[in-house]
Design a protein around this ligand. Structure first.
Ligand SMILES: [Zn+2]
Ligand SMILES: [Zn+2]
Length: 357
């Protein structure tokens, strides 16, 4: 296998040092023998720049990194609602999602697809899309719910709290939006929706007033779901949150919801906004959980981006050399595969050790 990492030279040096230590702290004696008996990583090219080098790393059959025994990754895909200014649920973005899932399938990754009601309409309008969604879920990808609260920069207008909603016209209760995604799943013979991402949770208001009965899993921001080390970007530890609820039945009901963190990748409109959530940081933390000081710890990795970002949008980001966002996202998906980090659904991670008991 051939894997091209395009990251600054200084960081690469750190990777090589850490990788060289992998054999001694290995979890699997068989793999350890293989690693120490052959050259693990062979930099083949290095341009003579003092600031940045582009280095090709070859990983052969005998050079598999240690199998992480405790770590699984979750890749969440937001299928954003249409907001006051941008239509996200479009045929073009559906095609991008289709391409993204095809790539994920080549790696065996199982994605967590968090769908807004506008995307449910998009699917319901087309039998081809319905069949595709059925196939994806039956093949192990997970379908969940997504909603932009009135605290979001681009809210979808569904609301149970009568706050300012940034230009979004009222469209009904959040329960109505959820019902559209749940009804689609039911019509297609798919499992009940059990996971959601509804946010942001400005001032702690929205999740306490707009959460859905029966949904006991969630994805959330890293700051709420760290492993106790605030310096990570992608390493997360599930927690049991108790501040989710609503008053749909006329009285306040609260739920315990198992939540897993994720970091917004530096891609698309978030390239600059999330500049630190980059491939170099992800690589560094993967090494930490496979061969570094977290190799024995039970932690997870969480990443989120949007289906619309899986496109040949020109890219010019100082922390990597990928020319398009799609190439960059391919490298992210490939990195998990090369490092043998299983990419599974949020449900699978949270079910493994449900923090709510
Ligand atoms: Zn979103
Ligand atoms: Zn940690």
């Amino acid at each position: 296998m051939r894997f091209q990492l395009k990251i600054p030279g200084a960081f690469l040096a750190l990777c090589l040092v850490l990788a060289a230590c992998a054999g001694s702290g290995d979890n699997d004696p068989a793999v350890s023998t293989a690693v120490t008996s052959s050259s693990t990583i062979t930099p083949t090219t290095s341009t003579a720049s003092s600031h940045q080098t582009t280095t090709t790393i070859r990983l052969g059959l005998h050079t598999a990194p240690p199998l992480p025994i405790n770590t699984q990754a979750m890749v969440a895909i937001h299928l954003d609602p249409t907001g006051p200014e941008v239509a996200h649920a479009t045929a073009q973005n559906w095609e991008r999602l289709t391409d993204l899932i095809a790539t994920a399938d080549t790696f065996g990754h199982k994605l967590t697809l968090l769908m807004s009601s506008d995307w449910a309409d998009l699917v319901a309008a087309d039998p081809v899309r319905q069949t595709a969604l059925q196939d994806w879920v039956n093949n192990g990808h997970q379908l969940g719910f997504h909603h932009h609260t009135c605290g979001h920069a681009s809210p979808d207008g569904y609301r149970d709290i009568k706050n300012q909603c940034r230009g979004a016209e009222p469209r009904g209760s959040v329960a109505d939006a959820f019902a559209q995604v749940q009804d689609l799943a039911t019509d297609l013979g798919l499992p009940l929706i059990g996971i959601a991402a509804q946010g942001p949770n400005t001032d702690g208001l929205y999740r306490a007033a707009e959460w859905q009965p029966g949904v006991d899993l969630a994805t959330g921001i890293m700051a709420d779901n760290s492993d106790g080390h605030p310096d990570h970007r992608f390493i997360t530890q599930p927690r049991c949150a108790t501040d989710y609820g609503n008053a749909y039945a006329g009285q306040v009901t609260q739920y315990s919801v198992a939540e897993l963190g994720h970091a917004q990748l530096n891609v698309g409109a978030f390239t600059g906004l999330q500049a630190d959530n980059n491939l170099a940081a992800l690589t560094r933390e993967i090494i930490q959980v496979t061969a570094g000081d977290h190799a024995q710890a039970a932690v997870n990795l969480g990443v989120v981006f949007h289906a619309r970002e899986y496109a040949a949008t020109p890219r010019n980001e100082p922390s990597d050399d990928y020319r398009t966002d799609r190439d960059y996202l391919d490298a992210v998906l490939q990195l998990f595969a090369e490092k043998r980090i299983p990419v599974v659904t949020a449900q699978e991670i949270l079910a493994t050790s449900n923090p709510c008991g």
